[in-house]
Design a protein around this ligand. Structure first.
Ligand code: HEM
Length: 392
């Protein structure tokens, strides 16, 4: 029987897409590499998944089956270069220091610190705070800052930004079997991108050096590279981060690990890492085979697809455990691996960390009496997760 934490996680996955928990749990059978009708090659072994992600000569995200293929239809063929061509290497080397642990901490303190302080005060005053909604508002604030969107400073405006980013990402729903988009989907996506990146070009020219776009300029990125990167940051870093925040808070509650964490805050990095591992908010990574290659004794042909079940690989190590420590076989597979390893990983960790610090600050346990899961979304998450602090 599943324990409380795993039962809720299962519900989070099933609400997003009913077939998802089945795919992710049955996916264990795929092991090192297995061909599955209508999906292609499936991998749930962390070492084989990392080997594929580290082999850009044979696997690409540009071909049918990869996210690059989808985005090229929305943004134009030039993204091919930035997503996986020579331009990608240049972009990644220039943006290596865009998000370091240090500047991610500064960014979160500046952009979401005041809103978190407000949430902390509400909790101290005995009010309930919906951490799922708060996560969406916080991420909306980060996106607004990254893209230099000028909006009214109220939660509703940030919820709207989150929802717009989500709408864009939702266009990817259904791409598990094909990444060819319908013409009307492409024009809808183009309109959303135009709306969200309306200030990027100007900000790239004028933004202060401590902003991300200002840093992009100072790091030598061209305007179009900055625009492409801005779209990527928004799509990649919106739902994933909000999902990890709420689900980690829920797991700490459901496993009772919050009590130990409160007693020993030095365990905070372990809580963040385990939360990311167990939730693996981006549960699958797709690639297209670019050139014939043999993996684990099987011949993969150019044009075929590979689906890496990273959630399955990460969860095979066992349930949430503050004592689990670093897993060398997995490294940070929840952030991918190789040349496309998540650019925003330090930012994601910083966001989860400051949220947990806010909840731990009062020294009182948090209680969750009811919750609901988001239905039909790309990234599994909670719809509502209201919590209150226990009385002293
Ligand atoms: C818990 C939160 C997050 C998770 C689990 C996550 C996961 C991932 C994964 C698995 C990939 C690799 C995809 C692939 O190889 O196809 C990726 C790439 C990426 N992520 Fe994240 N991400 C998170 C948060 C963020 C944030 C906050 C940002 C920035 C605002 C971000 C920006 C990116 C970018 C730009 C890429 C593309 C990198 C490239 O192609 O070179 N991510 N992320």
């Amino acid at each position: 029987m599943l324990d409380t934490a795993r039962r809720h996680e299962f519900c989070v996955l099933a609400a997003a897409k009913p077939a998802l928990p089945v795919l992710l749990t049955a996916g264990r059978l795929a092991g090192r590499l297995r061909r599955v009708p209508r999906i292609g090659w499936v991998v749930s072994d962390p070492v084989v998944a990392r080997r594929i992600l580290n082999d850009p000569a044979h696997f690409t995200l540009l071909g049918e089956g990869g996210v690059g293929h989808m985005w090229a239809q929305v943004l134009g063929d030039w993204v091919n270069d930035i997503f996986d061509g020579p331009g990608h290497h240049q972009l990644r080397s220039r943006t290596r220091d865009l998000f370091t642990d240090d500047n991610a901490r500064q960014l979160t303190a500046r952009v979401i610190g005041p809103r978190l302080a407000q949430a902390g005060a509400a909790l101290d005053a005995g009010q309930a705070v919906d951490v799922a909604d708060l996560g969406r508002v916080l991420v909306g604030r980060i996106v607004a800052d990254l893209l230099q969107l000028r909006v009214e400073d109220r939660d509703e405006a940030y919820r709207e930004i989150f929802a717009t980013g989500e709408e864009l990402a939702a266009l990817a729903l259904g791409t598990t079997t094909s990444t060819h988009l319908a013409p009307e989907t492409i024009s809808r996506a183009k309109a959303i991108v135009a709306r969200l990146t309306v200030n990027v070009a100007e900000a790239w020219r004028t933004a202060a050096p401590e902003t991300v776009l200002g840093r992009c300029r100072d790091l030598g990125l061209e305007q179009r590279q900055a625009e492409g990167l801005a779209t990527l940051l928004m799509v990649a870093g919106t739902e994933t981060a909000a999902s990890a925040m709420a689900r980690t808070v829920a797991i700490l509650h459901d496993t009772g690990a919050q009590h130990r964490l409160r007693g020993d805050p030095s365990l905070l990095p372990d809580a963040v890492r385990e939360g990311l591992r167990v939730t693996s908010p981006a549960p699958l990574i797709g690639r297209a085979v670019a050139a014939d290659v043999t993996v684990e004794g099987r011949r993969l042909r150019a044009g075929e697809r590979v689906l890496m079940l990273t959630w399955t690989a990460n969860n095979a190590a066992g349930p949430f455990d503050l004592d689990r420590g670093y897993l060398p076989e997995h490294r940070q597979l929840w952030f991918g691996a190789g040349r496309h390893l998540c650019l925003g990983a330090p930012l994601a960790r910083a966001e989860i960390t400051v949220l947990l610090q806010t909840l731990l600050a009062s020294g009182r346990a948090w209680r969750i009496s009811h919750r609901s899961y988001r239905r039909k979304v790309l990234i599994p998450s909670y719809a509502h997760l209201p919590l209150r602090l226990a009385r002293h």
